[in-house]
Design a protein. Sequence first.
Length: 492
Amino acid sequence: MRKNDEGEISITIKRQLAISNLLMLLIPAILILLIVGATAGILVLYNHGTIGDLGENQESVTVARDLITYYLQEAGSEDQEDSLSILMDRLNGIEFHLQLVRNGAIVASNLTQEDVEAIRRIPRPFSRLDQPLILAIGKIAVVQDSVLIDGTPVTLTAVNSSVEMAGTLGSTFRQILQRYFLLVLAAFLLIITASNMLLTSRVSRRVLIPLAALSDSARRIRDGNLDFSISYNRRDEFSGVFEDFDAMRQRLSDSVQQQLRYEEERREFIAEMSHDLRTPLTAIQGYVEGLRDGIASTPEKQAHYLNMIYHKVRGMDLLVDRLFLLSKLETGHFPFRFESVDLVNFLCKYCEDVREEYASKGQTVRFETEEASPVTVPLDAEQMRQVLENLLENSVKYRRGDTGISTVRLTAESGRAVVTISDDGPGVGEEDLSRLFESFYRGDKARTNPGEGSGLGLAIVRRIIEAHGGSISACSHNGLSIQILFNREETP
């Protein structure tokens, strides 16, 4: 697997895990906040009761409010002190104690220490001058009202620190909390457990299951099993990873198959090499033994034997040279010298130069083209001559009779040039066309005529053309046609 593919898998897995972990932390956190908020609200209501108009439901609170309001309305009368004493007595009758504050100073008060402590528990400021304030918190009831007398603020505060608040929302919550606390706690725990189960299920579906599939596929590949496919039906971050993983598996499978083909070709190569070297060596050994044992007793026979040994050695030397050339072409160490060449002029001149040579061998060489303008391609001219020579020599070697015709044709297409070398020979069988450019392949299964060639010529031709960035193919129709495609250069 490529490093960037490993990076993509790692980033995808980390992203999925981060999202899942975030959700697993966020949802319980929200639930905990809700629980804490609800508990805090219940505790506030449990400890402090209700605020505002809830106290109006108590008759004593209502009486205290009316008494204080009436007193303040009559506060400017001359019997103010008597009225205050009467007010205190009446409030004592309903268990309320009173405190009078004038301009911030306590003028009169019968509050007990318990009342003072109760007032301290009341949040401040709570006094308003436009309307009385009624406050009920737990067992504490406070009634307060204020007025301005001759520009001086006067405030009356009545406190009952032991009032009964039956029926209020605070007591109701206390009862509910006492009765159903365990049930509410169990419900919260059930919600948290269910949310964790859902998140775990989601993580399993979104992350763990795809990872398990990838792990299983990796184990199969590790064990050498490449004949399977990886499918993932969801369209998420993992879909691209699965597609890349399956493409990697397919590429590995193709690579293994190609390696097996290379191994088979290598075995065939060694067998063909052994045969093509053993045959001339055996002949040379026979001729040497003939000379050594005196079989070639006449000067003519000796000269013939020596001549045959020379030709066999020359053939072996040519074979080794071609093997060395093929090796350099396959490893990419051959020094090509590319130049911009006009194929029209190059092919025309080449055919003119070799026409007489091949005519002496009984082969007519013709050049055909309809291109009037230059067809320029990057070309190593010397190696292209080697390609044409190998193809023309094959036409001479495998023709039907003593004479034949070879035609070199050039056509130009959009962005490429096509060179076709065809002859009127016997052609090649369809089953042999696909292997025509393999090393040592001669289409001679019985190998009854090994002297007709080394089987390396067309393999060398293919490597040279591919080094030019082109391609080569063959077809057989009234002879053999070799088609070579080159990429044309951009013309200004």
